[in-house]
Design a protein around this ligand. Structure first.
Ligand code: UD1
Length: 338
């Protein structure tokens, strides 16, 4: 059996690491394609090193353009690779432009698609990720779902998903003891990341920074290049802008923070795994599970943000994301497709 795996962004490199390592122990031949969507060292190379990923078999030359242009360049590259490699299946992860490009290229050539992290929905079609995940799910042959809720979401659309658990929880579990043994050594701080399209314009970022600057502790803010482009206004001293962090450093910083403030899907979940209160600066979330028991609060405006900063009272913390062995179920399903 031959599989082509499409990866292209920071979260893909992390998620694919475990599945690729497991596939290497089977008789499946995996060919990896890096779409070039993330090209900076601290969004790409650093994770290949940290997770000891083998160099991709193919790397598409891509520097970010507009959404359509970027996706088109990826598709042109992926199509040529699929025609040459003739795989039995294509694996795509998550909901990024690389995911969509991989799925579209595969389905046009009648190559069945395995979608890992299927079925998540924000029900906001203004988000590029929502379009990417809906389209990818409707093109995929195997829909592998991180949560039971994502299986239900698919059912509403007439699709049948399989609950496997969340691969990001598996990866967290395998690093947990290391993360718990390290300290960020930065005193009291909020840990903040912002990179979603809806938050990355100057007007919105100014509003976010006005909220952050009146907090009672400093804010450690690893900045995504997309966000950095808009930070050409005077930044409050309380905000410590740093370069993007590695996976382990990110998790250690989350663990040692007072609270997490984010718009990232990955960090919402990682804060939950670490039982760290999280405030999500978005209108919706794909992870309603993290809101049960108030571990994660959606702050749609300044009032909701300050209410969340002051009063977060938590209750039940549950294992919504599987048993830390999603990879075993995923590999079993892949092998059963032979
Ligand atoms: C993408 C995903 C998002 C995911 C995120 C993880 C889509 C639609 N969005 O968002 O779901 O959470 O990755 O980080 O696919 N840039 C660089 N260097 C790079 C990569 C990007 O400078 O290595 C800059 C470019 O100016 C680019 C901007 O960041 O225009 C946005 O990059 P892009 O890859 O389009 O989306 P992300 O915001 O990274």
């Amino acid at each position: 059996m031959k599989i082509v795996t499409i990866i292209g962004n920071r979260p893909h490199f992390i998620k694919s690491s475990l599945i690729s390592k497991c596939l290497a122990q089977t008789d499946v031949k995996e060919i990896t394609v890096h779409t070039g969507q993330h090209y900076d060292n601290n969004l790409s190379g650093i994770f290949f090193k940290e997770f000891k990923l083998k160099n991709p078999n193919y790397k598409i030359k891509n520097t970010s353009f507009n959404q359509g242009h970027q996706t088109g360049i990826m598709m042109t590259g992926i199509e040529g690779i699929l025609l040459k490699e003739k795989p039995d299946y294509v694996i795509v992860y998550g909901d990024t432009n690389s995911t969509l490009a991989g799925a579209l290229s595969a389905i046009k050539l009648h190559v069945p698609i395995i979608h890992i992290e299927s079925g998540l929905r924000s029900y906001n079609k203004n988000m590029p990720e929502e379009i990417n995940r809906i389209c990818t799910d409707h093109m995929s042959h195997a829909l592998l779902c991180p949560t039971k809720n994502s299986v239900k979401n698919l059912k509403k659309e007439g699709l049948q998903g399989i609950f496997t658990g969340d691969i990001t929880y598996d990866i967290f579990k395998s690093h947990e003891s290391f993360i718990m043994s390290k300290n960020a050594n930065k005193g009291n701080y909020y840990f903040c990341t912002i990179h979603r399209e809806e938050n990355t314009n100057q007007k919105r970022l100014k509003i976010i920074f006005e909220m952050l600057e009146v907090l009672d502790h400093k804010i450690i803010f690893p900045v995504h290049p997309r966000t950095k482009k808009y930070l050409n206004f005077k930044l409050p001293k309380i905000i410590d802008i740093i370069e993007p962090l590695s996976y382990k450093d990110t998790l250690v910083h989350i663990k040692d923070s007072v609270k997490v403030i984010t718009d990232s899907g990955g960090i919402q979940r990682e804060a939950y795994y670490l039982k760290k209160p999280c405030i999500t600066l978005r209108q919706q979330t794909e992870y309603p599970e993290t809101h049960v028991g108030n571990w994660n609060i959606l702050a749609k405006n300044s009032q909701e943000f300050f209410d969340a900063v002051r009063n977060m009272k938590f209750s039940k913390h549950r294992e919504y994301f599987g048993d830390g062995k999603a990879y075993e179920k995923i590999i079993k399903i892949i092998l059963s497709l032979k």
